[in-house]
Design a protein around this ligand. Structure first.
Ligand code: NAX
Length: 388
């Protein structure tokens, strides 16, 4: 059925909306408006809007992050309280028993949105028809292990996962990589899945973003949702660059609240190092790495990607660079991005609202370049795992 230049794929009978008055064509206009909301060009977004079950696969579900993540997904915190979830947990054979225990607990919660729950150690089965893949499972860094060795060890996992996603997942599947080193792991998975668009692979730097927002909120004594336009650039590592250039607190440039003379020193000598070292400090204090906050960041990242960022803010995501801001194309690099209807757009100087400002200082250029160099070195280290 064609109407006003657009194709209505699923005609909705007027009787489906009996609550609209039918006088003067109002009812038909309301139905059309509702219909336009329900029909999206992206199959995943269309499913979400129509509140049909979405298949979510999570690797490493028996791990620490998985234990926080799975319950919140099943509770509707990923796609909203009306979208049913078909959840698949993929684990290593040796952790399958623990995953089954988690599954029992999930059943005991009787989540109304949890349509189906599968536990498997078979990636092919686990990613079959997958629409959202959350790749958490990976090896932790062992004693005496160099970061370069870890990259190669985990690279093999993400190489296989990329190939399996390519064969078995939906072509519109959105993949969020959490397992570290997440930027390079996302690059490897993406490169091994040539039939899935590169835009559908992202790496999670949202934990760094949320940490930075939390820090500034505490410093300015404002609620976190009053902190806007903060950005994380680069790699999810100690080099990552927390950028306050455009940040506003309750609509006021952040440096006006902190104090003009002190602001720059605070940013470079206190704020940035604290965010960069936060993960290590949590390990020191807890004896384990961040888990609940990482699961929360994974939900925030994937939810914003699928459902849109809250205006007027943006969020930070590791995405495949198209050469934006002079970052070499093809690197998975964290940028500030706007999300809408399941797609993201890297923020550029053209996107700035008229009232905002944007400048690149020597400091920010240096920090971004450091990240580029680090990611290029990581890419060289795994070049044999990048066939495409
Ligand atoms: P855990 O060691 O608690 O859990 C990892 C789980 O993954 C284990 O149950 C293991 O059996 C499973 N696993 C390993 N290889 C697998 C594979 N090939 N397929 C399926 N499952 C597999 O680690 P956890 O604390 O949950 O952290 C998971 C990953 O997140 C780590 O790589 C960690 O470094 C990373 N993180 C990433 C963050 C980020 O901001 N991007 C922050 C938190 C965290 O450090």
């Amino acid at each position: 059925m064609k109407q006003a230049g657009r194709v209505l794929r699923r005609p909705v009978p007027s009787s489906a909306f009996p609550w609209f008055p039918s006088a003067f064509g109002i009812k038909q206009r309301q139905i059309d408006a509702l219909h336009a909301q329900l029909v999206a060009t992206d199959p995943l977004i269309e499913k979400i809007k129509q509140k049909r079950p979405v298949r979510v696969s999570v690797t490493g579900g028996a791990g620490a992050i998985g234990y926080s993540l799975l319950f919140r997904i099943a509770n509707g915190e990923l796609l909203g309280p009306e979208v049913p979830i078909e959840l698949t947990v993929i684990e290593l054979p040796m952790a399958l028993k623990a995953a089954e225990g988690v599954a029992m607990e999930l059943e005991d919660c009787a989540f109304p949105l949890l349509d189906k729950l599968t536990i498997t150690d078979n990636e092919e089965q686990g990613f079959d028809g997958c629409e959202i893949a959350l790749l958490v499972g990976s090896k932790p860094r062992g004693p005496g292990m160099e970061r370069a060795d870890l990259i190669r060890e985990n690279g093999k996992i993400f190489q296989k996962t990329g190939q399996t996603l390519n064969k078995f997942a939906e072509k519109y599947c959105r993949t969020t990589v959490v397992g570290n080193p997440c930027n390079t792991n996302a690059l490897i998975a993406c490169n091994n899945a040539p039939d899935i668009p590169a835009r559908n692979f992202t790496a999670m730097t949202r934990l760094d973003h949320d940490r930075a927002v939390g820090f500034l909120a505490k410093k300015t004594m404002l609620p976190p949702n009053e902190i806007n336009h903060l950005a994380i650039w680069g790699n999810h590592s100690a080099t990552m660059f927390p950028d306050l250039t455009n940040t506003s607190c309750h609509g006021t440039p952040w440096h006006e609240l902190i104090g003009e003379f002190y602001a720059d020193r605070y940013w470079r000598n206190e704020f940035a190092p604290k965010i960069q070292q936060r993960g290590a400090r949590i390990i020191q204090a807890r004896g384990k790495s961040s888990a609940a906050s990482a699961a929360n960041a994974c939900l925030n990242h994937t939810r914003d990607w699928c459902m849109g960022t809250e205006t007027p803010d943006w969020c930070s995501m590791g995405v495949v660079s198209d050469g934006e801001h002079n970052v070499p194309a093809g690197l998975v690099f964290s940028y500030p991005v706007y999300c809408q209807d399941g797609a993201y757009k890297v923020v550029t100087t053209d996107d700035q609202p008229a009232s905002s400002f944007w400048w690149w200082s020597e400091y920010s250029n240096y920090c971004i370049e450091q990240n580029v160099q680090e990611l290029l070195a990581e890419r060289d280290n795994v070049s044999d795992m990048l066939p495409n």
